[in-house]
Ligand binder design. Structure first.
Ligand code: G3P
Length: 217
């Protein structure tokens, strides 16, 4: 499973990208609003440090305008993926942009039939929002499983990008459910490496090693 960052902070993204483990980045208008710099500058800064897919979302609501915005966003860098919302206009824009060779991420997906439409419209990624479904008292992870089964039944190649991730358990469950990608805030990405028994075990190893008085280098 690919691991993406969902972030508005190019510095944070650069520092995590240095691990070599960041496969891509997702942004949205709310994150861009938090970035504290013009959106194009913000996206260029991210594309400079992350070679993988960087999702940049259109803000128009009509297909023609979405397509025009998508074409402009795609010129920022070759790794830009144009992000459109899951509306009829968004699906029309997805079909047109994908037909022109752009990668498209269809976002704000809350049902398997929405995901089916996005796949038929040629989406590269579908973004189901897990945490927001959980917040509404529904089972967000069930949606990942339902989309996985729908896509596998018909051989759709659209990648399932689990979004709106709230904790490490969401990442684990998305991986087990067969999501192709999970996007998450930097804090959760960092927590993926953490386990208290790892810290405890390492402290004991180092203590025992210190007693020997030896050095490797
Ligand atoms: O990229 C979109 C998505 O991850 C948003 O998450 O936390 O605003 O529901 P959240």
């Amino acid at each position: 499973m690919k691991l993406f960052l969902d972030s508005a902070d190019p510095k944070e993204i650069a520092s995590m990208a240095a691990t070599g483990l960041v496969d891509g980045v997702t942004t949205n208008p709310s994150l861009a609003a938090k970035a504290g710099m013009p959106m194009f500058e913000f996206l260029r800064a991210i594309c400079d440090v992350v070679p993988g897919s960087v999702s940049a979302e259109v803000t128009a609501t009509e297909a023609d305008q979405m397509i025009a915005e998508g074409n402009k966003l795609a010129k920022i860098a070759p790794n830009i993926t144009v992000k459109v919302p899951l509306t009829w206009d968004g699906l029309k824009a997805c079909k047109a942009l994908a037909g022109d060779g752009h990668k498209v991420n269809v976002t704000l997906c809350f049902s398997p039939v929405q995901a089916l439409l996005a796949a038929k419209a040629g989406a590269t990624f579908i973004s189901p929002f897990i945490g927001r479904l959980d917040d509404a008292g529904q089972d967000g992870m069930a949606l990942i499983r339902e989309i996985r089964q729908t896509y596998d039944n018909y051989g759709f190649k659209t990648e399932i990008l689990a979004a709106s991730i709230r904790h490490v358990t969401h990442v684990r469950d998305a991986a087990l459910a067969g999501a192709d990608v999970t996007t998450m805030p930097v804090g959760i990405f960092k927590q993926l490496a953490y386990h208290p028994l790892t810290d405890k075990g390492l402290a004991a190893f180092l203590e025992d090693w210190k007693k020997t008085g030896q050095k490797i280098l």
